[in-house]
Each structure stands twice: as C-alpha cells, then as structure tokens.
Design a binder for this molecule. Structure first.
Ligand code: HEM
Length: 439
C-alpha cells in the first residue's frame, strides 16, 4: 500500500513540478530569463505570492514597480502566469502578436467543473471557437445593431426613467433590469416581466455562481486532478454541482421558449430565432447546441459588464454635479426638453461622448480582463515567455497609468476633449477596457 502511495505521489510531483521545468529548459536553448517576479518556492512555485481577496490589480501594479518591469512572471505548479501592466506591452504582445497570445487557458474549474466550456468568452481555439465566434459576430453586424438592436434599447429607456423617478434609491436594480430586458429581447425576442422575471433571476443566479477568473482563485486550476476528489472533501466541488445545473438550465430554457413560439407562429424577431431558421450562417452549419451557446453567452458577457459601467456613470454624476450640469446643458441645447435623445443625436453631443469614455476609464469593469494563453514560445525584450503561459492584462493599472491619464483617479471627461488617437490625442480607453487581441 505504502509503495503505491509513494509511486502515485512521485508521479504527481514529477508531472506537476519537475517535468514542466525540464521541458522549458530544453525549449529555451539560449537560456533567456523569464520576466521578473518573486522568487519561486521549491514545490509551490509562486502560488502563495499571487494576491487574493480583491483589488489584485493594485498588488500587481505595486509589484511591477518594485521589479521595474511591465511584465511580471509567476511560476505556478505545472504552468506559468504572466501579468502585463502597461498598455505598450499589452499592445506589443496581445495585439501585435495576437497569433501567439489569443488562445484561452484550460481553466479546469470554470470549464471542467462549472460546465462553462460552452462559453465563447473562455473557449479555446480547439473547442469550437471559430464557429461560435462567427455566429455571434453575424448577429452583431453594424447593420443589424442599427436596424434591430437600437430600437430595442430606445424602447427600454422610458421604462428605466419611470422606475428611476419612482424609486431612485433602487437605481442599480433598475439599471440591471434594463440591461437584462434589452439582452433578452435582442437574443430571444422575450419581453421580461416588470418584476421577478424567471429568466432574469436564473441568469443572475448563474452569473453569481461564476466568480471571476483572477489568478490563483481556484486551486483546482493548478492541480486539475483535484476535480476527481470526492465532493465531501471540497466545497468547490459541491458548489459546482449547483453551478452546472443552473448553467444548463440557462442555456436550455429560453432556447426552448423560442422554439415553441416559432412553432406557434408567435415568436418576435431575435438572434436565436433567426439562427434557428437558418441552416447555414456565414459558412457555418449551425445546430441546436451551437445556437444555445451563442444565446447564453450574450447575457453572461453583456449583462454585468453593461450594468457596472452604467452604475459607475451614475456614481460619477452624483459625485461630480458640475459635470452633470454641463452634460444637461449640452442635451438641452441639442435635443431640447420636448423629447428624449436618440442615437441620431450622438454626433452632436461631444461632451457626452467624453463622459462615456471617462466612465469606461474611471473604474475598470474587468480589472484583469479575461485571461489569454500563449500558443507558442515567445521572446519579448530579451525575456522568454513560454508556450502555455496564462496571461492577464492588468487593465485597471493601464486605465490608471498617470503617464497616460494625468490625475487618473479624478473623473475628468475633458481629458478627451482633443480626441483620442494613439499618436496625437490621448489613448482611447476603449482600446483597453474591451480587451486585446484578435478574438
Ligand atoms: C462595457 C461593457 C463591456 C465591457 C467592458 C466588456 C469587456 C470585455 C473584455 C475585457 C473581454 C475580453 C477580451 C479579451 O480577450 O481580451 C470581452 C470579451 C467578450 N465580450 Fe465583452 N464587454 C462589454 C460588453 C459586452 C456585451 C454587451 C456583449 C454582448 C453582446 C459582450 C460580449 C463579449 C464576448 C462574446 C466576448 C468574448 C470574445 C472572445 O473571446 O472571442 N461584451 N468583453
């Protein structure tokens, strides 16, 4: 028995700790250094050096200053983590070398345990990425957004305004409800109920069950064999049973509803409805699973991100009444007080455009982005970046880089008054906030 335990343990140690180091040694014949970072411990590498508990981006920013490098490297069992802490390095690597840096890591917790391998956001290239991407992209072409999605947004705004007038303290709930209503109409042609909508409750429960993928958040990501451990040993395994059930329900329930309505001839136009009715979309032969996945990803990727951005905007307006008054004056001059603004007014509202940019910059919605993954070895400024490295772009640090955005903590829309451009004007925060690369 002891011999078996020793053999298994040795196998694990060899696979997780020794083999990866040997492999890199062979692959890095010139002996280039890895990017700087804390000194790894013998067995756990830098596992205990990874910041946890919130505001990880600040800790990475501090370390980046300490080591005097935009890139930080962490050894983790069986793999590597890289954080990129400046826009220049992110642009050099994730954008300009996107063929190397655009894959996604394996994420045993999210994909294996929580059952999220269906989600385009975290899908690796070999998991059906291209077909999913094409279907989603097809449904968000500029002409479809203008003709079909914008009218839906425009219809939901008066409802939001009424709700804000009646119960202003509940503003976050109202914003969330508007975002959910727009997404459910665009995706499934479904009008949500004014209160306690079952589909929105389900989708919210699913989103809550998925924590963010910050580095080091899930031990099973470093020791994938733990997913086979008995459920009584680990809470994450018990949580995953619930998470899997919820996410399955979220993919299936609204999809079935659309199919039934199509059969009954009562379906409203929607992304899922139009995909169901086409056999081939942009050269991709579609099927039910593919369509379910594409429908579900829109809510999971779009609801929280949009709600948080709008919440940050409200917070900024409350904290900066002078900005709010100036925005109102611009609206009054261009639109007047007899109607609500619409998308056609946008080009005549430059100050509001600056406020939108500043709202996207001021509080990063996704501070460390969605992890990327290297598909091949790379060398950057003399540093070796191995294949199979999980890469986090420290978006919050980039959006608060004082050398790019003066007084970064101040909400100042005027910083964009002279336009945004990489060479002349100030860097457009949209280049950072919405992530990097060619996915
Ligand atoms: C302010 C709102 C939003 C922010 C800040 C945001 C941010 C991001 C970020 C940082 C990524 C990762 C990009 C990367 O690989 O580096 C991403 C991916 C993605 N987002 Fe958004 N997003 C927003 C709204 C939306 C909405 C409304 C939708 C749905 C229509 C959406 C759908 C997606 C999808 C499908 C992906 C995955 C793309 C891929 O991996 O190929 N996002 N988003």
């Amino acid at each position: 028995m002891l011999a078996i335990v020793v053999a298994v343990l040795s196998g694990v140690l060899l696979t997780v700790f020794v083999w990866p180091r040997l492999r890199e040694y062979w692959r890095n014949p010139n002996g280039l250094s890895l990017p700087p970072g804390p000194r790894p411990h013998l067995l756990l590498g830098n596992l205990l050096d990874l910041p946890t508990g919130g505001s990880e981006w600040l800790a990475f920013e501090r370390m980046s200053k300490k080591y005097g490098s935009d890139l930080l490297h962490f050894h983790v069992p069986g793999s590597h983590i890289l954080t990129i802490n400046s826009y220049k390095a992110a642009n050099d690597l994730l954008d300009k070398k996107s063929s190397i840096y655009s894959d996604r890591p394996r994420l045993p917790w999210a994909k294996g345990l929580m059952g999220w391998s269906w989600s385009l956001v975290i899908m690796s290239y070999d998991e059906g990425f291209a077909a999913h991407r094409r279907l989603v992209q097809h449904s968000f072409q500029p002409n479809i957004v203008t003709s079909q999605h914008r009218p839906v947004m425009q219809r939901e705004v008066p409802r939001l305004l009424r709700n804000l007038l009646v119960t202003p303290d509940d503003f976050i709930r109202h914003l969330r409800s508007m975002t959910g209503a727009i997404i459910m109409m665009v995706t499934y042609g479904y009008q949500v109920l004014p209160k306690d909508d079952p589909y929105l409750i389900l989708a919210e429960d699913v989103n809550k069950s998925m924590e963010t993928e910050t580095p080091g958040a899930h031990i099973v990501d470093f020791f994938p064999f733990l997913r086979y451990a008995p459920s009584w040993m680990f809470k994450f395994k018990r949580d995953a049973v619930v998470g899997r059930r919820l996410t399955k329900e979220m993919r299936n329930a609204p999809f079935q509803m659309v199919k039934e309505r199509l059969a009954a001839g009562t379906a409203l136009p929607s992304m899922v409805g139009s995909l169901v009715e086409k056999e081939v979309v942009d050269g991709v032969t579609s099927n039910e699973d593919l369509i379910k996945n594409c429908g579900a990803v829109v809510y999971s990727a779009g609801a929280d991100t949009s709600t948080v951005t709008l919440t940050n905007f409200v917070l900024a307006m409350i904290m900066h009444p002078v900005v709010q008054e100036r925005a109102q004056r611009e609206l009054d001059e261009v639109v007047g007080r007899d109607r609500l603004p619409n998308f056609n007014d946008r080009s005549q509202l430059p100050y509001l455009a600056c406020i939108v940019k500043e709202a996207l910059r001021w509080k990063a919605v996704s501070p460390l982005g969605i992890p990327h993954y290297t598909a091949a070895d790379d060398v950057y400024q003399g540093m070796f970046i191995p294949k199979g490295t999980t890469v986090f772009a420290n978006q919050a640090a980039m959006l608060h880089d004082p050398s790019v955005y003066k007084d970064p903590d101040v909400f100042d829309p005027d910083r964009f008054a002279h336009g945004v451009d990489r060479s002349e004007g100030i860097l457009d925060p949209a280049r950072i906030t919405f992530g990097f690369g060619r996915r």
